[in-house]
Unconditional design. Structure first.
Lengths: 97, 312
């Protein structure tokens, strides 16, 4: 999935014109809320956290509470399933109860 | 319900027994009446001639206050105590420990000059959120904090503070053992040791993969970083191995070495070195620690020996 990172290495699904573009398979199939809760440090780059700890790339780690991201992704996948089921029902002209 | 037996006295008698010293005041705003008496710890204050109704009983020593209401229909006895809750705190050696309320005021403190962790009990006299902080006194600058919420009188909470938690090192093994798996043609394989784990990768044109996952599951809690110390034989700048955290121990039906991985860092470099992975956002998430490799002709043949894993 193509993502964009800002100056704090936070991920975005769209570019505001100042971000860098990367293809990161880790985010394939992930919803926008999930992606934008992560930080991506490219290889050969480093990010210093506010407490002084330095993290070297390539690193992929959430910066938002992961439990919230997990819930958002779960809800996204449920909606995807419902949409797929509706398509099937439409194609077969049936309704599954 | 007990009714006044008389005795020729108008009103009821309220007896208030206090666990703490101070001044007891009984008041009824409807009647516009208020009476106060001093009391010693464990002593009682007796108020006679009170008219029926709802009375407020307050105990205070000028610093702490406790209040309750009683409905008087006849002679009545009650007890009152200052709010008290406890926090049992275990914190590292050679450190100080401070408990602060939400206003930043220190309400309790302790010092540990010993060489091992110390447990003490802090008493707080109000509900609220308290911050417990341990600070090393050895000049290392290490510090660790945790918040604790007190919501009721008599409540007891436990806090354990540590500057680090060892999952694996030369004398500690808190992994619970390892789940290991590798590709069928054995170009990759895993060798678990008593206090280390070794992943082997052979690069060829087939799909090569291997996984080693702890069987124990962890929570970041108040730790913000998880680290590993490894020895890697490759000098390739994109070494094949990754250090990750996963919600699963296994590779799943599709032999996916990165199944369930929620964060990871590429292990680059050769020789012995340590590297961190940010877990600041995982305080509410349980995870397994995983080392894995997956790829086709990704890098030269390499061996990764994991010597230590810890959180700090």
């Amino acid at each position: 999935m193509t993502i964009y990172i800002d100056s704090e290495y936070k991920c975005h699904v769209s570019n505001d014109g100042t971000m860098r573009e990367f293809d990161v398979p880790f985010f394939d199939g992930k919803c926008d809320v999930f992606v934008e809760g992560y930080r991506y440090i490219p290889a050969n780059e480093a990010w210093e956290r506010e407490d002084g700890e330095t993290f070297n790339g390539e690193m992929i780690a959430p910066w938002k509470d992961y439990s919230e991201l997990y819930l958002a992704q779960l809800e996204y996948e449920v909606e995807q399933y419902k949409a797929a089921l509706t398509e099937i029902e439409t194609a077969l002209e049936v309704t599954y109860e | 319900m007990i009714y006044v037996m008389g005795g020729g006295q108008t009103g009821a008698t309220l007896t208030v027994t206090s666990s703490g010293a101070g001044t007891i005041t009984v008041s009824n705003t409807t009647l516009g009446k208020s009476y106060s008496k001093s009391v010693t710890a464990g002593g009682s204050a007796v108020f006679k001639g009170l008219k029926t109704g709802t009375w407020t009983v307050m105990l205070t020593d000028g610093t702490q206050t406790s209040t309750k209401t009683v409905v008087i229909t006849s002679d009545y006895s009650t007890s009152i105590a200052y709010f008290s809750a406890t926090i049992s705190i275990t914190y590292p050696a050679t450190s100080t420990c401070v408990v602060k309320n939400s206003s930043g005021q220190t309400v309790a403190s302790n010092t540990n000059t010993g060489t091992s962790a110390k447990t003490w009990t802090a008493t707080v006299n109000a509900t609220g959120t308290y911050t417990v902080t341990a600070t090393a006194t050895d000049g290392s600058g290490k510090s660790k904090s945790q918040s604790v919420s007190i919501t009721a009188d008599g409540q007891s909470k436990t806090v354990e503070l540590g500057y680090s938690y060892e999952i694996l090192n030369s004398s500690v093994n808190n992994t619970g053992g390892w789940y290991t798996a590798a590709d069928a043609d054995n170009n990759c394989y895993v060798t678990p040791g008593a206090n280390n784990i070794i992943l082997h990768y052979v690069s060829d044109d087939s799909n090569n993969w291997a996984v080693a996952s702890t069987k124990n599951i962890y929570e970041a809690g108040n730790y913000s970083t998880i680290k590993c110390e490894v020895e890697q034989t490759t000098t390739h700048d994109r070494g094949p191995f990754r250090f990750g955290l996963s919600t699963s121990t296994t590779v799943g039906a599709n032999n996916n070495a990165s199944a369930g991985v929620i964060s990871n860092v590429l292990i680059t470099g050769s020789g012995v070195f340590s590297l961190p992975l940010d877990i600041d956002a995982l305080s509410n998430t349980e995870f397994y620690v995983r080392f894995y490799v997956s790829g086709v002709g990704v890098a030269p043949t390499a061996t990764l020996t994991v010597e230590r894993i810890w959180m700090e």
